[in-house]
Design a binder for this molecule. Sequence first.
Ligand SMILES: [Zn+2]
Ligand SMILES: [Zn+2]
Length: 227
Amino acid sequence: MKQSLQKIFLLLMSFVLLFNCSYAARNNVDCKKSQTVNNTQTEKKEVVIGVLPLGDFNQNLITVIKAQITIFYDVKVVVLPMLALPQTSYLKSRDRYVADSLLDFILLQQALKEKNNTPNHCDYIVGLTEKDICTSHNNSSSWGVFGLGFMPGKACVISTLRLKKNANYDLLTIRLIKVVLHELGHNFGLDHCKTPGCMMRDAEGTIKSVDNEKMDICKVCKGKLNK
Ligand SMILES: [Zn+2]
Ligand SMILES: [Zn+2]
């Protein structure tokens, strides 16, 4: 999970090439919840991240997300077969899916796969949906969010619906990458950070916060990540 300066440089260069546009960051009302995890990793092994489409999801975005997670966190990334969004997570009154419920769904599905010895073992799962998602926040039980991830934990879920606000495809892509890398940061144990421009800042409910972030984490966050 170590990031070399060279990789960061390559990451930045890839964005210059991929998105010839000025970008602002993303926003997210996100985005972290606690999960009990056994941290018993004593031997170093390859970290595998599964990207899981929940319902129909833009294939090009999946390809970009896969590449960016690979470069940024120096991990192996596999794209998992799409799963339909569970109706048990659907909140009809708000036309939203409860993100906490989706995280439980993702973990359950993965546990079943592991039990059945199906291929594609994953250490972490990134769920992607185009539908609106929500969590409990600010005295609301259905607060719309960009993403939600365990901190630390093995799953996160990200929605593109709120990232599309006033965004063309390139800006949506940049916002999505930032939110995905942010939520994975939570999975890896990173909390919110106060450093200006750091991708681990709390978006505090506005897309402007996301758009004002760099596509990178600060030195302090990197130090925590590499411990
Ligand atoms: Zn967060
Ligand atoms: Zn930071």
